[in-house]
Design a protein around this ligand. Structure first.
Ligand code: FAD
Length: 342
């Protein structure tokens, strides 16, 4: 049970990569740290759970990164995707800091894998997380827990209150109940507003209604809006984001037959329904947060399938169809005809 009456040294808002790295760093420096994540435990991690890679500056081959990738090339690459509308000071600070990122993440138990070879290989620029974003987050959460960071799930920060220019207190909804959490410092790392259609509409008009949001539904930008309303300085260009063309209809049809993949977390209900027996293992317990989630899911799916495969040989189970006479419903026309002929 987390003590919500105490004053924490640091409160971290959000539960993605940025938040966990900040929480771990603060805790290692000796601060008491509480993390407030809006999502429930099984959905923790924001857009970071969808990521595959981190792009990192390096002057020589390191681990899985080959050759070299220097600041000017990184900066030029960034300009190509932003069309030049980039805050240079902020971008260069991030580029320089990216050199430390793989090493820091490895120190938190994150494992990288070599990228695929061939013409589309990214091995020179991008380090791939073994197991993807979910494995990245599981490692970060495990490290944070081990260090004694307090984790509050299902906790939406709704407002950050300032006192004399310093953030002191957050108004939160914790499992649906209003609470206040006090801290000497607050780190807001709760992502953007990529899943907030109303806000996207302000820049994109009606087109926003046809966007497929591939990431977390918790990217609502509530803290961002709250801070901007209180005078925080905006930086960057809110109309920029990573998008790909997708001609699938927004509702019926999306993931309804033509698209294959483990994609229940995107698209509308029921998504790729035929993958449910497989993907549901990822939603609870060890599958959602365990270190070897993929292996666990494969084992559970095989165990789940075995009774169906061996049904004809399992005494008792194999008699269920006979006892329920379900086959008579399925083959009704045949039995109707048999009755008529007899
Ligand atoms: C499908 C997809 C694929 C991607 N692939 C890559 C890739 O390969 N390489 C790459 O570099 N980038 C990739 N990205 C982008 C990358 O995932 C994000 O830039 C990065 O994860 C952002 O990290 P973050 O910690 O800032 O935000 P997030 O990971 O989004 O974390 C924000 C956190 O804040 C929480 N939160 C939000 N509002 C509140 C609130 N009011 N109170 C409390 N908590 C709140 C959310 O639940 C979440 O936990 C991808 C993104 C998507 C969607």
């Amino acid at each position: 049970m987390v003590d919500l009456t105490r004053v924490w040294d640091v409160m971290v808002v959000g539960g993605g990569n940025a938040a966990l790295c900040a929480a771990i760093t603060a805790r290692k420096a000796g601060a008491s740290v509480i993390v407030c994540e809006h999502a429930p435990k099984a959905m923790r991690g924001g857009n970071s759970r969808h990521t595959r890679t981190v792009r990192a500056l390096h002057a020589a081959p390191t681990g899985v990164l080959t050759e070299k990738y220097l600041e000017e090339e990184y900066w030029d690459d960034l300009l190509k995707v932003t069309g030049g509308r980039t805050d240079e000071a902020l971008a260069r600070m991030t580029i320089r800091a990216s050199e430390q990122a793989p090493k820091f993440l490895e120190s938190c138990g994150v494992v990288f894998q070599p990228s695929l070879s061939g013409t589309l290989s990214l091995s020179r620029t991008n380090a791939f997380f073994l197991g993807g974003g979910k494995a990245l987050l599981n490692a970060l959460y495990r490290t944070a827990e081990k260090l004694g960071v307090e984790l509050l799930y299902d906790t939406e920060v709704q407002h950050i209150a300032f006192d004399d220019g310093f953030a002191r207190e957050a108004v939160v909804s914790h499992r649906g109940f209003p609470e206040r959490i006090r801290a000497k410092a607050v780190i807001a790392s709760s992502g953007g507003f990529q899943a907030n259609r109303a806000w996207l509409r302000e820049y994109w008009g009606d087109a926003a209604d046809r966007f497929q949001i591939r990431g977390t539904p918790y990217a609502q930008g509530r803290v961002l809006k709250d801070l901007l309303a209180q005078g925080a300085q905006a930086v960057g260009d809110p109309t920029q984001f990573h998008a790909v063309a997708n001609d699938a209809p927004r509702y019926a049809g999306y993931l309804a037959g033509g698209t294959w993949g483990i994609m229940n977390e995107v698209g509308n209900w029921p998504g790729a329904w035929w993958l449910f027996p497989y993907t549901s293992w990822y939603q609870w317990g060890y599958g959602a947060t365990g270190a070897s989630g993929d292996l666990y899911v494969i084992i559970m799916t095989v165990l789940f399938a075995l009774p169906f495969i061996f049904l004809p040989w399992i005494p008792g189970l194999r008699d269920i169809p006979k006892a329920t006479r379900l086959y008579r419903v399925m083959w009704k026309p045949h039995y109707d005809e048999q009755r008529r002929n007899s």
